[in-house]
Write a protein that binds this ligand. Structure first.
Ligand code: MG
Length: 253
């Protein structure tokens, strides 16, 4: 009969080898981006430098804008997200605007609630998807470190922001997103989508190309066909990220 310590160490090494095998199985090897020197969600990609900022820039909706949320209700959206003290709280299930938009200026203010335990992509994650397809990442990136193309204001899986203009948890932040929808003809895409993003008053993308709709662990590509307009999606990623003062202004091209 085996002595007890030896028997236990055998079980221990079996468990270790199982978890080792699991790790190898789950290991993600970034696929090279054709447009950069890095892979998709590449942990070795340099993080953008942190810049100081004054937090959210609150801008009232212009008269000709569509107000999506002004603190009262979520009627402009397909899902009922919790509204508390004039703030819309991300709740189970991503929500879409009932109205569709193409090229537009989206103003939105967001906050990671204070005291969130954040680790990489978990704990402080949401996102804005223009046309339900093109994500501008919402993330706790003040102290939390994740891969550069997945941090706050990244065009997820494609392009990190030029600088990190994040504010701390518990403080309001703002995005002004000037989105130019892609143009298509019968053959496919003619002009890709472009975006300019201003985070807390700091330009973090200037007329940056989207290489296709947002995808996870894949290289983005344009589909063969594309709608002219589509809803704007607010992502539910298991974290109660808060939103206020959301408006959109359509831009004719
Ligand atoms: Mg996200």
């Amino acid at each position: 009969m085996l002595s007890k310590p030896f028997y236990l160490s055998l079980i221990g090494s079996f468990i270790m080898s199982m978890s080792g095998a699991q790790q190898i199985k789950n290991e993600y090897v970034p696929i090279k981006q054709p447009w950069s020197d890095y892979g998709v969600h590449d942990e070795t990609r340099p993080r953008p430098p942190k810049v100081s900022n004054r937090g959210a820039v609150t801008t009232k909706a212009p008269e000709d804008a569509v107000v999506l949320f002004d603190g009262k209700n979520t009627d402009a959206f397909t899902k009922v997200w919790r509204v508390k003290d004039g703030v819309m709280v991300a709740s189970p299930g991503s929500t879409d605007t009932k109205q569709s938009f193409g090229s537009c200026h989206l103003h939105i203010e967001w906050k990671i609630p204070a005291g969130r335990e954040v680790n990489g992509q978990a704990g402080g994650n949401s996102g804005l998807f223009l046309m339900k397809m093109y994500e501008v990442q919402v993330m706790e990136s003040h102290t939390n470190v994740t891969y550069a193309d997945g941090q706050a204001a990244a065009l997820y899986g494609q392009t990190p922001p030029m600088v990190n203009a994040s504010a701390p948890q518990g403080e309001w932040q703002s995005y002004d997103i000037i989105f130019e929808a892609p143009e298509y003809n019968d053959e496919g895409v003619v002009t890709p989508a472009y975006v300019t993003v201003i985070h807390n008053g700091v330009v973090v993308h200037a007329h940056q190309k989207y290489y296709g709709p947002t995808v996870f662990r894949k290289v983005a590509n344009y589909p063969q066909t594309h709608p002219e307009k589509a809803p704007i999606r607010l992502q539910w990623h298991n974290d109660p990220v808060e939103y206020r003062n959301i408006w959109v202004k359509e831009l004719s091209k």
